[in-house]
Design a binder for this molecule. Structure first.
Ligand code: FAD
Ligand code: FES
Length: 264
C-alpha cells in the first residue's frame, strides 16, 4: 500500500522569477492533482512547507512560492537541476464539477492568484468547460505583479477582466482594491447560473465576501481557499485546526457558509 506521507525526490526543471520575493518552480513529476490542492515541499534537515499547485501539465507541476522565512529562504537557493522532496497532493481543491457549464467569477489578490492560476489556465485552455470567466485580480503595486504572461492571456480569453493595482497607475490596470470592482460584475448576465472563487489575504476575503452579498450575489455560490500553519497535512496533528475544521483535509477550499466564520 502507498504511504501517503512519504516524501519523494523530484527534479526542478525551471525556476522563473515573478518578483523579487516570488519565484515559480517547475518540477518534473507525474503526480496528479485536482485544481486548488497543495503539496508538502521539503528539504532534508531544513523543513517542510505546504504550497499550492499554481499550474500543471503533462509530466510537470508548478509552485509559486513567496520567500518569507526559514524553509522558503532555502528553497530560493535552488536552481534548475536541483532536487527537492514532495508529498501529496492534499486537501480538497476547487469543486470543478460545480463550476462546469456555469459563469465562473474569480476574485483573487496578491499571492492568492497562485492557488487559482491552474484553474484559470485550465478554463483558458479548455473553451466550453465553463460558460465564461469574469476575473477581478489585484496586486499591491507594479513590483508585486505575478504571472504577467498569464494576465495578458486571461485578458484576451476571458469575457470580463479587471486587473487592479491598490495605489499605483499602470497601463492596462485599474486603480484601487478588488472590492471596488465587484459592483461592475454583470449579475443579470449570469442569470443565477454562476459560481464564485475568492482567494487572497484573510482581510481581503472578508471584505470581498461582504461586498458580494451587498451586491446581491448568493452566499451559496461563493468558495474561498485558506492558508494555515500545517505540519502533517493529512488531518493527524491538529496544527491547522480552526474550530472543528481541519484546513488540510476539510479544506483548503471552504464554502462561504463556513468560510465567513473562519475569516473573522
Ligand atoms: C494550503 C496552503 C497553501 C499554501 N500555498 C502557498 C503558495 O502557493 N505559495 C506560498 O508562497 N505560500 C503558500 N502557503 C504558505 C506557506 O506554506 C508558508 O509561507 C510557509 O510555510 C512559510 O515557511 P517558512 O519556513 O519559509 O517561514 P517561517 O519561518 O515558518 O515563517 C515566516 C513567517 O510566515 C508566517 N507563516 C508561516 N507559515 C504560514 C502559513 N501557512 N500561512 C500564513 N503565514 C505563515 C509565519 O507566521 C512567519 O511570520 C500555503 C499554506 C497553506 C496552508
Ligand atoms: S496539518 Fe496536521 S491536522 Fe492539518
Amino acid at each position: 500500500m502507498e504511504n501517503i506521507v512519504q516524501p519523494k525526490p523530484y527534479k526542478i526543471s525551471e525556476v522563473r522569477h515573478e518578483t523579487d520575493l516570488e519565484y515559480t518552480f517547475r518540477f518534473d513529476t507525474d503526480i496528479k492533482v485536482n485544481h486548488g490542492q497543495f503539496l508538502m515541499l521539503s528539504i532534508p534537515k531544513i523543513g517542510e512547507v505546504p504550497i499550492s499547485v499554481s499550474d500543471q501539465g503533462d509530466g510537470w507541476l508548478e509552485f509559486t512560492i513567496r520567500k518569507v522565512g526559514k524553509v522558503t529562504n532555502v528553497i530560493f537557493e535552488k536552481v534548475a537541476g536541483d532536487v527537492m522532496f514532495l508529498r501529496g497532493p492534499y486537501g480538497n481543491g476547487w469543486p470543478m464539477d460545480k463550476f462546469q457549464g456555469k459563469h465562473l467569477i474569480v476574485i483573487a489578490g496578491g499571492t492568492g492568484v497562485s492557488p487559482v492560476r491552474s484553474t484559470l489556465n485550465f478554463c483558458a485552455r479548455n473553451e466550453g468547460f465553463v460558460k465564461d470567466v469574469s476575473l477581478i485580480c489585484g496586486f499591491k503595486g507594479c513590483n508585486c505583479i505575478l504571472f504577467k504572461s498569464d494576465l495578458e492571456k486571461w485578458q484576451n480569453n476571458f469575457k470580463h477582466t479587471w486587473l487592479c493595482l491598490d495605489n499605483e497607475d499602470k497601463e492596462g490596470f485599474c486603480r484601487g482594491f478588488v472590492t471596488n470592482y465587484i459592483k461592475e460584475l454583470p449579475l443579470n448576465e449570469y442569470e443565477d447560473n454562476y459560481e464564485i472563487i475568492v482567494v487572497g489575504p484573510p482581510v481581503m476575503m472578508k471584505y470581498v465576501g461582504l461586498e458580494l452579498i451587498k451586491n446581491g450575489f448568493s452566499e451559496e455560490k461563493i468558495w474561498m481557499s485558506f492558508e494555515r500553519k500545517m505540519s502533517c497535512g493529512v488531518g493527524k496533528c491538529g496544527h491547522c485546526r480552526i474550530d472543528e475544521y481541519y484546513v488540510c483535509t476539510d479544506g483548503p477550499v471552504f464554502p462561504y457558509k463556513i468560510a465567513k466564520n473562519l475569516v473573522d
